[in-house]
Design a protein around this ligand. Structure first.
Ligand SMILES: Cc1cc2nc3c(=O)[nH]c(=O)nc-3n(C[C@H](O)[C@H](O)[C@H](O)COP(=O)(O)OP(=O)(O)OC[C@H]3O[C@@H](n4cnc5c(N)ncnc54)[C@H](O)[C@@H]3O)c2cc1C
Ligand SMILES: *[C@@H]1O[C@H](CO)[C@@H](O)[C@H](O)[C@H]1NC(C)=O
Ligand SMILES: *[C@@H]1O[C@H](CO)[C@@H](O)[C@H](O)[C@H]1NC(C)=O
Ligand SMILES: *[C@@H]1O[C@H](CO)[C@@H](O)[C@H](O)[C@H]1NC(C)=O
Length: 508
């Protein structure tokens, strides 16, 4: 084995030296060798094994324990795009059973998306550069950066700026962008990915491509919302958003009895918010799954003055138990979100999207409280939490998206995006928790169908194991053939379809 690894190291030097224009036939077939040894020779000092400290700290950095506990055979930690390129040269030449996963911030809770049992993880944590250029109004970011780091850089600029990025500071840049991206700028600037002007992408065969509206437009389109199906993003250039003032964030909590009134207000906001695209609303309904009452909390944001907003006024008028309004920088807001979202749980989530139907939302929330929460309480897991997060996809938001793979730009009516989550701690109850969550969602989707308010679109960044994030796209022949043709063009060997275990892969 040793001598073959040494032989490989030499061969790799040769291929890595001239691969851009090498002929297919002179490349050695790497399938016979242990993939991690090959990667170690190709990328000395960047491949970590289970007994390495770095391997440990990387697995601890996942948001959800059920993602972090998968035991990869080794973890590649590129320091440059060339390192990612070398890793892809090796992986694409190894056998199709050599599996790998790509990880940026590790916030996806669905197992096998950013970690893989017995496979190779490409952990992009060191590709975390942040360069701000106020002259051209662009932030150049490495996928391994966390949003809090981006906001820290932007906060230090003279003048007030924002970036369409994650609300929680711990979310990673890479996964967030390829999934779409909701932010406080959704109404004024659309999905975060629609603000990106260029992506640098390492393809399955190791080629490096710059995708923008000027070059590789097809890839530029599908990477925005297409997930890990087309390549590995090693750099994103996105717009710096000049602001007149810091962002207004108001958190209001209501007791359970106010739920119908709050949902009415949400529904009205969803229908009318177009007149005030500078605002966003999210409603979270949930709490500890101990059989006690759940709480209803609304977060309102405005780029101007919340108190002057017509569309947000109804939320203030409902009798509440807590209210806090702050005018904050994006970094402070991210810290606020981080403090209310602790990591270190096993997380199960799923999502749906429905038309603006307040009654359906009420039924879903009540079912969660009447059936899911008591069933969770019976499992006697102290500290488990759960609930629903409701966010309007307003028309002003949807109209901003054109050149992407999200596909909702033609929507005639606003929608409501629903994310349901349960966090708990015991691995033994994983299956029961998953069943509870998925049963609840299945019933909700059935009810939505019966009421005529169902919608097929699903948000990739909130997807669960029961979600097909591309079901909606498959219903549009033109869009889906474009997606498949683009996949065939940029990943003809189907490296991302066959060697990745991500349940949201396109494996045509
Ligand atoms: C606390 C919390 C707050 C959140 N807040 C928001 C929010 O405000 N708005 C919002 O829209 N979403 C939010 N999300 C959801 C979040 O956008 C997704 O979980 C997203 O996938 C996280 O990106 P990541 O890089 O951290 O994840 P990872 O787990 O590292 O990656 C997620 C997926 O993206 C793929 N991927 C990662 N990096 C790359 C890359 N460089 N190239 C190609 N594919 C890649 C991975 O293979 C994986 O399939 C939140 C999630 C959590 C847990
Ligand atoms: C993850 O992949 C393994 C096989 O590698 C499979 O057994 C498991 O069910 C998958 N988990 C999810 C959530 O898809
Ligand atoms: C709520 O529960 C009832 C009774 O269990 C069921 O008939 C209904 O479909 C459920 N609705 C939703 C939205 O889950
Ligand atoms: C890699 O794949 C791309 C897209 O299919 C192709 O244009 C490029 O020539 C390939 N590069 C090499 C070195 O084979």
């Amino acid at each position: 084995m040793r001598s073959s690894v040494r032989w490989l190291a030499t061969t790799l030097l040769i291929i890595t030296g001239c691969a851009e224009n090498a002929q297919e036939d002179i490349r050695p077939d790497l399938s016979k060798f242990s993939i991690c040894s090959v990667l170690s020779s190709s990328l000395p000092d960047s491949v970590y094994f289970p007994d390495d400290q770095v391997y440990q700290s990387q697995t601890d950095s996942y948001w959800a324990t059920n993602q972090g506990e998968l035991a990869a055979a080794c973890r590649v930690t590129p320091r440059s795009r060339e390192d990612v390129q070398k890793a892809m040269w090796v992986l694409s030449r190894s056998s199709k059973s050599s599996t790998f996963a790509v990880k940026s911030g590790g916030h996806s809770a669905v197992a096998n998306t950013s970690n893989v049992e017995s496979g190779v993880v490409i952990d992009l944590e060191l590709l975390n550069h942040i360069n701000v250029d106020t002259e051209i109004g662009i932030v150049d970011i490495g996928p391994g950066a966390r949003w809090a780091d981006v906001y820290r850089h932007v906060d230090m600029l003279p003048g007030i700026y924002g970036v369409a990025g994650g609300r929680a500071g711990s979310v990673g840049v890479g996964g967030y962008f390829v999934g779409g991206g909701l932010s406080v700028f959704t109404g004024t600037h659309g999905w975060a990915c629609d603000n990106a002007v260029a992506f640098e992408i390492v393809l399955g065969n190791g080629s490096i491509v710059q995708a923008s509206h000027r070059s590789h437009q097809d890839l530029f389109r599908v990477i925005k919302g297409g997930g890990s199906n087309f390549g590995i993003v090693t750099r994103v250039k996105t717009r710096l958003i000049p602001l007149e003032r810091q962002i207004d964030v108001t958190q209001i909590s209501y007791d359970w009895t106010q739920l119908p009134t709050v949902l009415e207000a949400l529904s009205r906001y969803t229908a009318e918010a177009d007149t005030e695209p500078e605002t966003t609303v999210s409603v979270s309904i949930g709490g500890l799954m101990n059989g006690g009452a759940m709480l209803v909390t609304v977060v309102l944001t405005s780029l101007y003055d919340t108190y002057l907003s017509e569309s947000l006024r109804p939320f203030f008028k409902i009798r509440h138990v807590f209210i806090q309004r702050q005018r904050r920088s994006q970094l402070d807001i991210a810290r606020l979100y981080d403090s209310s979202e602790p990591k270190g749980f096993r997380e199960h989530r799923t999502t749906t999207t429905v038309e603006n139907d307040a009654f359906l939302l009420l039924m879903m929330a009540r079912n969660f409280s009447d059936t899911v929460a008591p069933a969770m309480a019976k499992l006697k897991e102290t500290g488990s939490q759960g609930g629903l997060l409701l966010q309007p996809l307003t028309l002003s938001h949807l109209r901003h998206s054109k050149d992407n793979m999200i596909g909702l730009h033609k929507a005639k009516e606003p929608l409501i995006l629903i994310s349901t989550v349960i966090r708990h701690s015991q691995p033994e109850t994983d299956e029961k928790v998953e069943d509870l969550l998925l049963d609840h969602m299945r019933q909700a989707n059935e009810l939505a169908l019966r009421r005529g308010s169902a919608h097929a679109w699903r948000y990739l960044n909130y997807a669960g194991i029961d979600t097909d994030p591309f079901e909606y796209h498959k219903g549009d022949d033109r869009l889906w053939s474009f997606v498949l043709a683009t996949k065939e063009k940029y990943d003809p060997s189907n490296v991302f379809g066959e060697q990745i275990r991500d349940p949201f892969r396109i494996n045509s």
